[in-house]
Design a protein around this ligand. Structure first.
Ligand SMILES: Nc1ncnc2c1ncn2[C@@H]1O[C@H](COP(=O)(O)OP(=O)(O)OP(=O)(O)O)[C@@H](O)[C@H]1O
Ligand SMILES: [Mg+2]
Length: 287
């Protein structure tokens, strides 16, 4: 029996009371939105419209992929969340905070709770793996302790545990420029986990990796999402990967959402609409 189904109600108040108690104990709490975009628009330099009236909401624990052609606004969406880019209009609510109105202190909190994984890893190449991973704690520290590289024993222990989970124990003391792309990306994941984030934003995390390293990265992020109930939002160029791993896909064309739904309802025609292409023009049409 599905453990989340409510028990059958009885005929006496006592039985019903017990049944209600069981429901309360066994039912999963309803997921809460962790991120909401409400009519968000972004115009760069008063000239380039990157987003127009983008609205969507992501619940805690979701694994969402954003797909769309180059220049459609995918990175702009992710950058608006941690204010690397300021939205021109609209509201962005993250974990109860209105991002656009956040003061410096609030913005620091938002960034602390938001891990970011980049296509080109954004590691400090001349530093060791463990040092890069510990950098994930910087948002939790006063500037001075961060600058002198002071980390607690607990933080170091935690960093090594995360490295072990990502299969990087042997690389811990290597310089990052000695690593393969797949290893570097795993360091990027480890660093963002050190932040203890509420949300991980992944901007083309596998765009520079071969198919095998890509699978390792996507599998790790999928396990992290499931085991830690950690919300992940991806920008992906690989439609097949988005279809395979995500429970929800957002399709964006010229800065507007044209699809928001499960992968199994994203048909060929819709994919062509998102990419503004005709049959035979996409790699997904091959085979
Ligand atoms: N800093 C910027 N200044 C001016 N225009 C920008 C800036 N960043 C992005 N744009 C423009 O905004 C639009 C959306 O860009 P964005 O980088 O969000 O697209 P994308 O979907 O992530 O593309 P890609 O798939 O190539 O990474 C594009 O027209 C781009 O040229
Ligand atoms: Mg981009």
């Amino acid at each position: 029996m599905d453990m989340f189904l409510p028990p059958i109600r009885g005929t006496t108040p006592t039985v019903n009371k017990m049944a209600d108690k069981m429901v309360n104990k066994t039912r999963r709490p309803a997921p809460m939105p962790i991120l909401e975009f409400q009519n968000v628009s972004k115009i760069y330099n008063n000239t380039t419209t990157a987003l127009t009236d983008v609205s969507f909401s992501v619940d805690e624990g979701e694994f969402v992929s954003i797909i769309g052609p180059s220049g459609s606004g995918k990175s702009t969406i992710l950058r608006c969340v941690n204010r690397l880019v300021d939205a021109t209009r609209g509201e962005i609510i993250f974990d109860g905070h209105d991002i656009n109105r956040a003061n410096k202190k609030e913005l620091r909190q938002v960034r602390k709770k938001t891990g970011m994984i980049f296509q080109h890893y954004n590691l400090v190449d001349r530093l060791s793996v463990i040092e890069n991973v510990l950098h994930g704690r910087l948002g939790h520290k006063h500037t001075l302790t961060g600058v002198v590289g002071y980390y607690t024993e607990k933080e170091k222990e935690n960093a090594f545990q995360i490295l072990a989970k990502l299969g990087l124990t042997e690389q811990a003391y290597k310089r990052c420029d000695e690593l393969s792309g797949g290893q570097k990306q795993r360091v990027g994941i480890a660093r963002s986990l050190m932040q203890e984030p509420r949300l991980i934003l992944c901007d083309e995390p596998i765009a520079s990796l071969d198919p095998s390293a890509s699978k390792v990265i996507m599998d790790h992020l999928s396990v992290i999402n499931k085991n830690m109930n950690l919300t992940c939002i991806f920008n992906l160029h690989q439609v097949d990967v988005a279809l395979r791993y995500s429970k929800r896909i957002i399709g964006i064309t010229l800065g507007k959402i044209v699809y928001d739904g499960p992968p199994d309802q994203l048909g060929k025609e819709k994919i062509h609409e998102i990419y503004q292409s005709s049959e035979g023009e996409l790699i997904t049409d091959v085979g």
